[in-house]
Design a protein around this ligand. Structure first.
Ligand code: GDP
Length: 179
């Protein structure tokens, strides 16, 4: 089955995004404690695809050696997994992209991995401010024109249809690594 990976800093809302996409309260475990997920968690969605929820980057209070091992695991997965169709990078709409966000996105682009950027927690920002915040993310990470930037809220469900559309487009590319 095709796989879509989720990347983002700890506590950004990756689990909540997965749960909202599939309308389940708690398939993906959410927590208020950053840095809990330390392995890639696979969620099988209706025999259609897998979401691969990757450990959150940054903030985790772990030794450097552990961080390096995570990095190798994630890199190994993203570069060599044949089923991988693309990555949803989740960024908090409220804040400027962090250095980790910038590095992650630049790394994906360096290796030609298609991405969708989901700017989440939109419900926490008033509507009039959305364009300003979206622009800050677009410019902050250097979003390429091929990659969609989607305003999302796990709370209200905003952006859900658009995100599914993006996912379908990515899974149409299933042969990315098989050529
Ligand atoms: P993860 O570590 O990236 O998987 O983050 P979680 O999904 O566990 O979310 C971390 C916290 O942010 C939880 O308290 C969620 O309830 C909250 N959260 C996530 N997405 C949203 C959102 O779109 N809107 C609001 N208001 N809160 C959110």
């Amino acid at each position: 089955l095709p796989e879509i990976a989720l990347a983002g800093r700890s506590n950004v809302g990756k689990s909540s995004l997965i749960n909202r996409l599939i309308n389940r309260k708690n398939l993906a475990r959410t927590s208020s404690k950053p840095g809990k997920t330390q392995t890639i968690n696979f969620y099988r969605i209706n025999d259609i695809l897998y979401f691969a929820d990757m450990p959150g980057y940054g903030f985790a209070k772990v030794p450097k050696s552990v961080k390096a091992a995570w990095g190798r695991m994630i890199e190994g997965y993203l570069l060599h997994r044949r089923e991988l169709c693309g990555v949803i990078q989740v960024i908090d709409l409220r804040h400027p992209p962090t250095r980790d966000d910038q590095n992650m996105y630049a790394w994906l682009k360096h290796y030609g991995i298609p991405a969708i950027v989901a700017a989440t927690k939109a419900d926490k920002i008033s509507k009039g401010q959305w364009p300003k915040h979206l622009k800050r993310i677009r410019e902050g990470i250097g979003l390429v024109p091929e990659d969609p930037l989607i305003l999302f809220s796990a709370q209200t469900g905003q952006g859900k249809e658009e995100l599914w559309k993006g996912i379908r487009r990515l899974t149409g590319n299933q042969d990315r690594l098989q050529k």
